[in-house]
Write a protein that binds this ligand. Structure first.
Ligand code: COA
Length: 164
């Protein structure tokens, strides 16, 4: 059984993340999407909300499950008996950061392999923070995120109704 982790903050999950998850699901027997607490990032959505959105967005992928973790990625991989990590590579600037993380993860666990999937051009410049920013300013992000995320963002950034 070849099981891979697809880790990330997913604040929120985008079409780019979904592309990586579904490609990984075609290559590995099982994919465990691992939603990191990432408290230092001060996420817009709570961990529970992010997990729920990833679950809804991946509901049609039978070999994909969703978990959360708050600690080292190598420990999460051990816990779920995964020997591979799959990450997306978008622009060249991703490379140095990913290279450093992969090197450190090799130091921490030699048996954990990291694989990269190149994002298709349409998702090269997509990120969760860009989606959050556009949505917070009333822009349409529906083509960049799953429908459940579009709905959640609209609800989060809906103009407040004040009683007079
Ligand atoms: N499509 C769209 N966006 C993508 C993407 C893709 N394919 N791949 C990455 N991104 C974006 C995310 O949307 C996010 O955007 P934002 O910063 O604008 O919000 C950005 O890339 C960073 O993604 P994030 O999910 O936060 O991942 P990360 O690469 O920073 O790594 C963990 C997150 C959880 C994997 C990493 O922090 C980790 O391993 N943490 C555990 C602690 C640990 O083990 N540390 C030692 C390792 S060296």
């Amino acid at each position: 059984m070849k099981r891979a982790l697809v880790p990330g903050t997913f604040d929120p999950i985008t079409a780019g993340h979904l592309d990586v998850i579904s490609r990984a699901a075609q290559v590995f027997d099982e994919v465990v999407v691992s939603v990191a607490a990432s408290k230092k990032k001060g996420p817009l959505f709570t961990l529970e909300e992010r997990v729920a959105l990833v679950k809804e967005a991946t509901a049609d992928l039978p070999n994909v499950s969703v978990v959360c973790f708050d600690g080292l990625l190598v420990d999460c991989a051990r816990k779920y008996d995964a020997h591979a990590v799959v990450k997306g590579l978008r622009v060249v600037t991703d490379f140095e950061y990913e290279f450093q993380m992969t090197a450190m993860n090799y130091e921490l666990s030699e048996s954990l392999e990291t694989f990269f999937i190149m994002s298709p051009p349409k998702y090269m410049y997509l990120s969760s923070s860009v989606v959050r920013e556009i949505s917070s300013m009333g822009g349409d992000v529906s083509k960049f995120v799953p429908a459940c995320v579009d709905k959640a963002l609209k609800k989060r950034f809906a103009p407040k109704q004040f009683e007079v």
